[in-house]
Ligand binder design. Sequence first.
Ligand code: FES
Ligand SMILES: [Fe+2]
Length: 356
Amino acid sequence: MADFIKNQWYVAAYSAEVGREILGRTVLGEALALYRTGSGQAVALADRCVHRHFPLSRSQLAGDTIVCGYHGFTYGPDGRCVTVPGQQRIPRTARVATYPVAERDSLVWVWIGDPGCADESRIPRAPWLADERYVTVRGMEPLAARYGLLVDNLLDLSHETYLHDGSIGTPEVADTPISTEVDEEQGVVHVSRRMSDAACPPFYARSTGISGRITRWQDIEYRPPCLYLLHSRVAPARVLPRPDGSDPDGFHVEVVYAITPSTEHSTYDFWAVARDFALDDEGVSQFLHDSNRMVVLQDVAALNVLEQVISAQPPGTQELSINIDTGGLAARRMLRRMADQAAAGAEPVPEPASVP
Ligand code: FES
Ligand SMILES: [Fe+2]
């Protein structure tokens, strides 16, 4: 049984992916059929017809209803069956489950768990993705690995130096120590790495036009289980924000990942890169899209291999952790506690814990 954390919001899709074609996605092992009603409301139904379990995501919309592609059972957006073939009487049990859905910041969040506990105010935010002062490029790559491997990967960016050499990695990333802070009350892991005099990798050199050394800040904000934010600031070396807090000489990139467990051994890797410079430059958008996608695919390849290795190991095989793992270990602890609380049926209430 997979170690899923229920009673949480997860990103199932980008808003632009949910429309008048039915989209099939599996989140926390639950197969979903997503679509948008004529009035624009995104809905998620269980992706299994009650009759013979044909996937509703392989079926057609008729107005706001789904007509099962096998024998025509027809369901409304509330999951209720409104038509069955060959008879007037609709069995009382003819309905499929529905899932709470909410759209924020161009993301479609779905609540997996007790629908009565779905509190939209708890959806973590990524406002840059829907802010006209930023331009965003984005994508989603499916990962054939458990989601915890992607959490480890994103919480420890020292791997950029080795896995992403030539695009975003430079020696200074691995060489610069991190600081880690855990905000138990808000449920956030912060990992910060600030390089004052670093080589400028092509990802930033070509997008910002800076030549020469840079000041490079990587401030991670992970809101378990699903949302990961990397606040990235790049400026010419030793150029800092002004004393009043303004930062006209800095280039800001907000990198957003949504880490959505699909099955026990597969994950949706949603990625987005929002920037506050070169807003009208299509060439920069294309470059950042292609570069970030290449970086994500490098991670995907590495994690897919790692999943195979880990799956073949006996349970309890030891790892060796060092300073760079502080953020990842803090994230694992928070996820473990959330999983335990969700399994116990409790609201996830953070409790004090220390960072090693
Ligand atoms: S499987 Fe859907 S109508 Fe038969
Ligand atoms: Fe990576």
